[in-house]
Design a protein around this ligand. Structure first.
Ligand SMILES: NC(=O)c1ccc[n+]([C@@H]2O[C@H](COP(=O)([O-])OP(=O)(O)OC[C@H]3O[C@@H](n4cnc5c(N)ncnc54)[C@H](O)[C@@H]3O)[C@@H](O)[C@H]2O)c1
Length: 443
């Protein structure tokens, strides 16, 4: 059992903190957002994440999980302080480290005893050394000497399955040069360590690189299958058959071979940008990632073109209403950060369409994310409300409830029978059998 503070109570901090408490540790989650902390104290979970409420409740009741806005007080009893704040993209494409720096400096201002400081946020290679410097700067200002170690422990959870991912990771990565920090980190993750979860110990820079390399590789895989899909459309091949057969090759694997509107979310777009920037700065450009970023941007535009073409081509969208199903960047989350749906909605409106949008979890976020086009958008109450008076349905995020739509009802409700399946959820035959025109991706 280890006493832990987790700073930042977002997707990663809240899931990490509550799951680490579930592993038997004593965890205090800290955030500067007072509303979030007040809500968490009342058991109100700020994000849509399957199973998280139960973990939070269980550990709060067991007296192992606490919430506060007071970092200094939380740190007093903690052997380990995790930094899990956001690292959003900066103007230049790099990661904006201002929140990480704020936390590191605050730790330096209040540290009183040996503490292990763990970078959980995704940060550029070299950041752990900066964190060390920021903490040391503050200690120097206090004319105080307190020993501390910095560890890089990147997080690989996926939104939508975050609790499962945190408790069943493919690997735990611990980057540090400190033998004592290594020992304590094994205690923190004892439940996983004993469970034979692959446990990779390495240096700071390698740990930081592992996270960027993993995310960039997955982004490349998505962009690759999207480009194959685009070529399939031109050549008469069916990308789903192609991906199924290619993915059977054990060296390739079947995951992340699903074409669609391009990747989004809070991680892949910013992490690929940041890695590409580091590559350029270091004189070791990662051109495959640069190309992936461009291909991914183009893919979203191709989806807008596809819908416009379905109506007859340029100039065909004014006077048309499109039902957009799914706004979150993926299913099972309310997160719309960098969601392809935003670009697609904005592009369709720019070309003259009106929209009726619906998402099972992201409607609140959509109300401000789609602010710029809101005069052309109706925020619907359900998928069937969205298709009311629409000339097409565009399925943009693959929520389970969209996998089993009442196609007869949709056919009868739509003003024109157009079905744009941007996630390849349906087979052409079943949509056509329902009397609808089918437009998929890569087939
Ligand atoms: N979201 C994911 O799926 C995911 C997965 C793996 C890694 N990551 C990485 O984890 C990090 C966090 O991502 P997230 O999605 O959880 O972010 P988030 O935006 O959901 O949460 C960040 C939290 O940090 C808080 N915060 C900011 N400054 C603070 C400060 N000075 N003191 C205390 N709290 C502060 C914010 O109020 C917010 O609640 C990022 O680096 C991200 O790249 C995210």
């Amino acid at each position: 059992m280890v006493n832990i503070t987790v700073v930042g109570t977002g997707y990663v901090g809240l899931v990490s903190g509550s799951c680490l408490a579930d592993f038997g540790n004593y965890v205090t989650c800290v955030d500067t957002d007072t509303i979030k902390i007040d809500n968490l104290k009342k058991g109100i979970i700020p994000i849509f994440e399957s199973g998280l409420d139960a973990v939070v409740e269980r550990n709060t009741h067991a007296g192992r999980l606490f919430f506060t806005t007071e970092l200094a007080a939380a740190m007093k009893n903690s052997a380990v302080v995790f930094i899990a704040v956001g690292t959003p993209p900066a103007e230049d494409g790099g990661a904006d480290l201002r929140y990480v720096e704020q936390v590191a400096r605050k730790i330096g201002q209040h540290i009183e005893k040996y503490t292990i400081i763990v970078d959980k946020s995704t940060v550029p290679i070299g950041t752990a050394r900066k964190v060390t410097q920021w903490v040391q700067d503050e200690l120097d200002k206090r004319h105080t000497a307190v020993a501390f170690d910095v560890v890089s422990n990147p997080e690989f959870l996926r939104e939508g399955t975050a609790v499962y991912d945190f408790t069943h990771p493919d690997r735990v990565v611990i980057g540090t040069e400190s033998v004592s920090a290594r020992k304590v980190m094994k205690e923190v993750y004892r439940a996983l360590y004993l469970n034979e979860t692959p446990y990779i110990e390495t240096n700071l820079e390698s740990a930081e690189m592992i996270k960027y390399a993993a995310n960039a590789f997955l982004a490349v895989k998505i962009a690759f299958i999207n480009q194959i899909a685009n070529l399939c459309e031109k050549t008469g091949a069916n990308v789903q058959d192609v991906a199924a057969a290619v993915g059977r090759d054990g060296r390739i694997g079947s995951k992340f071979l699903h074409p669609g509107p391009g990747y989004g979310g809070s991680c892949f777009p910013k992490d690929t940008q940041a890695l590409a920037k580091i590559g350029r700065e270091q004189g070791a450009p990662i051109s495959i990632v640069e190309t992936t970023i461009e291909a991914n941007k183009r893919q979203k535009q191709l989806m807008i073109d596809k819908i416009e073409r379905g109506f007859g081509g340029p100039g065909a969208l004014p006077g048309k209403t499109i039902a957009v199903l799914g706004l979150a960047y993926k299913n099972n989350t309310n997160d719309m950060r960098e969601s392809p749906a935003i670009i697609i909605c904005e592009g369709l409106v720019e070309r003259g369409a009106r929209l009726r949008v619906w998402d099972p979890a992201a409607m609140q976020e959509a109300s401000w994310r789609l602010e710029a086009i809101k005069s052309s958008v109706y925020f619907a109450d359900s998928e069937y409300d969205a298709v009311q008076g629409s000339h097409a349905l565009a399925l943009v995020t693959e929520w389970n409830q969209f996998r089993n739509l009442d196609l007869a009802r949709i056919k009868n409700t739509l003003l024109s029978p157009n079905f744009f399946d941007l996630r390849n959820v349906y087979k052409r035959e079943e949509i056509e059998a329902a009397g609808l025109r089918y437009f998929g991706v890569g087939k």
